[in-house]
Design a protein around this ligand. Structure first.
Ligand code: PHB
Length: 394
């Protein structure tokens, strides 16, 4: 055989191979590219447990959707954001620029989420917020590619003013961490409480994530308001509940909150009995979808879900629903956005719809700590929408 013949045979062989693969092409293409999901959540620090719950919830929704998103397998990229706003731009850029993710899911801490939203807005990357309530995300920073599946900081605490006023409380002190979520919760509480005839006599702040509560509790005792309202969560919330009891205040000045008692009752149930909170989720909700979610969650993770797990689940439901609407064609950006904007989510919290500013319109419940549960008491506010001040969707 001459070199030329060999070459011709090789070419013929190659052509044959090409023809064969062309024949099989439909089968090759039937396995579409994986969808890259970037999870930017805290896995260390005071909010570590919240990040874990969100991840669990999201994965459960994907499992419910058949383990993929409209036939596309998921490739996860994760980063621990440490609830550190200073590192937010670098961390989200790692996911967007280095890992080239299709969608970023994050995060818990409002300050970190604000940094993320600024980058995602510029880059045009789809961003789903599974917790952080910073008002600006669905306010001045609102954007077609940013959706929130949790709440705005204005929402869960807003009905609390009405609840406390109805109990006859005329004065209140608000205690919180000095950052976006704390300050926005405080402002919303003041708005609600004062509209209902109450007066906030003092706002007490401490730096995030500090837990030196005792000097502030001394001030509370001196002011002697009718009630205390607060925003704390995660590990910091545990310490607040313990210290409030130890300072001898629990039976003197009732404390009210939102997230304070969420996901922590196994650790602090003796110190938390009777604490009332308003929230877009509760234990013992009379909702069949919730019973089903709780059963699956308990079987899968050997744990009871909390509000963060539910929000992670809803983030998965929203993404799965949008992917189904575009039949897995993630590149159909307008179709994805339209599907999310028109979404009704059949959530364990009860059905909710997406507002024009891309934030849930949902019921807020009054709950009370009984044993290890944030037990459902009543609907504190039906279909509450964030005012979305400053949102101009471009
Ligand atoms: C927030 O920073 O927006 C935040 C953090 C923890 C919560 C709720 C809100 O439980």
């Amino acid at each position: 055989m001459t070199t030329n013949v060999k070459r011709r045979q090789l070419l013929a062989g190659a052509a044959g191979l090409t023809a064969a693969s062309a024949l099989h092409a439909p089968f090759v293409l039937a396995q579409p590219a994986k969808i890259k999901v970037g999870m930017m959540l805290p896995s260390s620090g005071t909010f570590a447990a919240l990040g874990a719950s969100i991840t669990n919830g999201f994965r459960l929704a994907v499992e419910e959707a058949g383990g993929n998103l409209a036939g596309r397998e998921i490739e996860y990229y994760t980063v621990d954001d440490e609830s550190n706003p200073a590192k937010a731009p670098e961390n989200i850029n790692r996911l967007i620029e280095r890992d080239k993710v299709d969608v970023v899911i994050g995060t818990v801490h409002s300050g970190v989420a604000l940094g993320m939203a600024k980058v995602a807005r510029e880059a045009g990357t789809l961003m789903l917020v599974p917790n952080a309530g910073a008002g600006a995300i669905t306010g001045p920073l609102c954007s077609p590619n940013i959706f929130r599946t949790s709440f705005s900081n204005w929402q869960p605490v807003h009905p609390m003013g009405k609840v406390m006023a109805a109990k006859g409380h005329k004065t209140a002190v608000f205690i919180t961490w000095n950052y976006a979520a704390g300050k926005e919760s405080s402002a919303s509480f003041k708005e609600g409480f004062e509209a209902a005839g109450g007066k906030v006599v003092k706002e007490l702040l401490l730096p995030f994530p500090n837990v030196e509560f005792l000097p502030l509790f001394a001030e509370v005792a001196a002011l002697n308001p009718d009630g205390v309202a607060c925003f704390f969560a995660g590990g910091g919330g545990v310490k607040f509940i313990q210290d409030y009891k130890r300072a001898g205040l629990k039976d003197k000045i009732p404390v009210y909150s939102t997230f304070l008692t969420e996901g922590v009752l196994r650790a602090v149930k003796d110190d938390a009995q009777g604490i009332e909170t308003t929230m877009h989720y509760a234990d013992a909700l009379p909702i069949a979808r919730d019973a089903e979610f709780r059963r699956k969650y308990a079987v899968t993770f050997k744990l009871q879900p909390d509000v963060y797990a539910m929000q992670g689940f809803d983030t998965g439901l929203l993404l799965a629903q949008a992917m189904a609407a575009v039949k897995g064609d993630f590149g159909n950006r307008d179709g994805m956005i339209q599907a999310m904007e028109g979404a009704t989510i059949d959530s364990p919290r009860g059905k909710w719809t997406m507002s024009k500013a891309h934030n849930p319109i949902m019921d807020i419940y009054l709950r009370k700590v009984v044993g290890e549960e944030n037990k459902y008491q009543s609907v504190a506010w039906k279909a509450l929408a964030d005012p979305a001040r400053g949102c101009r969707m471009g």
